[in-house]
Design a protein around this ligand. Structure first.
Ligand code: NAD
Length: 366
């Protein structure tokens, strides 16, 4: 793979996302040539870990985007956000007055970063307020909810994008590009594993009503996504099995699931997710080689090899690139590349995986 000019690849690849990398972007941040001075204003809904430690800092590294508002049910968080991000009271909302965001011209996008069961409600309310929506993964509790969200955004003439940040990470963009078969031949086998040891009980991720499911909904979705973009096709059938070592802690949600996805070409994906193990890997076997990414799914520190030759990509801020890409799509009136339909396709697969588990590992066709 040393024959691949990696710098050229990443530049071309990120340009595909509407973003131009320049030499100084090597490191954690991204610098791009602004195409116009207007910036798209984002309002973060839900000021938990992901908003606080990833998205808000990432917005400071964007070129076409800015933090323009917040929506929170926790008044105690407001002073700190005001100081750190220079927000005026006029752009700070709670869950009750959220709908008045419709009158706030500083806010173009509502970014839904709430527990999974709240994604549908806030996506629909944002759409009805005339705001574009970026929604975190998993898109909703099931495919039916995703369809309602897509319909609401369509009816209100706003874009719906999914927070699948890895589409803006160079190793993953390479895997997506290799699906065409031009570099290593046709992909035939995918292995995806994403598991971590979740903390103590009591958190919403362990409650079915709020999370919809366990490890599968939270991080297994990355493997479903990965298999779909590694093969560049949609699965036709799935089989899944669930395992539990701690039926008390994981009484409401899945702890560990292993599953297979069959693709029309005959290619297969073998995947595992867990809230009680540690693994973080993506592997694709092609006619003429292999790609391995490990660790694969984090915000940084991603490492990969092509045919045992280390890939050397610059570290990028995935969230900053993604939010800027969505901003450019809005400014240029181009439907989002990573849209609600992407979230729906994953949720269709996840619904089928849970159906298979309910039916003792039965093969479910899609
Ligand atoms: P978190 O628990 O840290 O934050 C959740 C926020 O929602 C908190 O501010 C909390 O106050 C608020 N909230 C409102 N109603 C709530 C309720 N009934 N119960 C609990 N919290 C409530 O969670 P997080 O890690 O920030 O995750 C939020 C969303 O972002 C989830 O959908 C998650 O899957 C997604 N996420 C995505 C990534 C990614 O890499 N794309 C990473 C982390 C989280």
């Amino acid at each position: 793979m040393s024959s691949i000019n990696r710098r050229t690849f990443i530049d071309r690849s990120l340009k595909g996302a509407g973003v131009t990398l320049v030499a100084s972007s090597v490191g954690r941040s991204l610098t791009a040539a602004p195409q116009e001075s207007r910036k798209i204003g984002y309002a973060l809904v839900g000021l938990g870990n992901y908003s606080t430690h990833q998205l808000a800092p990432a917005l400071k590294e964007t070129v076409h985007s800015k933090l323009a508002g917040i929506v929170t049910g926790s008044p105690r968080k407001i002073p700190n956000w005001k100081v750190r991000h220079g927000l005026a009271d006029a752009h700070i909302y709670n869950y009750e007055n959220f709908d008045s965001i419709a009158d706030d011209s500083a806010i173009d996008v509502v970014y839904v970063v709430l527990p999974n069961s709240m994604h549908k409600e806030y996506t629909i309310r944002a759409a009805e307020a005339g705001k574009h929506v970026l929604c975190e993964k998993p898109m909703a509790l099931n495919a039916a909810e995703c369809r309602e969200m897509i319909a609401a955004c369509k009816a209100n003439g706003v874009f719906l994008g999914m927070g699948y940040r890895l589409h803006y990470e160079p190793h993953h963009r390479l895997v997506k590009d290799f699906a065409k078969g031009e570099k290593l031949g046709v992909p035939t086998y995918f292995q995806g594993e994403f598991a971590f040891r979740i903390g103590g009980p009591g958190q919403w991720r362990l409650k079915k009503e709020l999370a919809g499911g366990g490890a599968m909904m939270d991080v297994g979705v990355y493997c479903v996504q990965g298999a779909r973009y590694a093969f560049g096709e949609e699965p036709v059938a799935v089989r899944a099995q669930e395992f539990k070592t701690d039926p008390v802690k994981f009484a409401e949600v899945d702890e560990t699931i292993s599953w297979q996805m069959e693709f029309p070409s005959g290619a297969v994906a073998n995947c595992t997710t867990s809230y009680n193990a540690r693994t973080n890997r993506l592997y694709v076997s092609y006619e003429n080689g292999v790609v391995e990414i490990e660790p694969a799914y984090g915000y940084g520190g991603i490492q990969g090899r092509i045919n045992f030759d280390k890939m050397e990509f610059p570290a990028v801020n995935q969230q900053a690139i993604h939010m800027d890409a969505f901003a450019l799509e809005i400014m240029e009136g181009r439907p989002p590349a990573i849209s609600g339909e992407e979230g729906l396709r994953d949720m269709v697969v996840i619904d089928a995986l849970y159906e298979s588990i309910q039916n003792h590992g039965k093969r479910i066709t899609l």
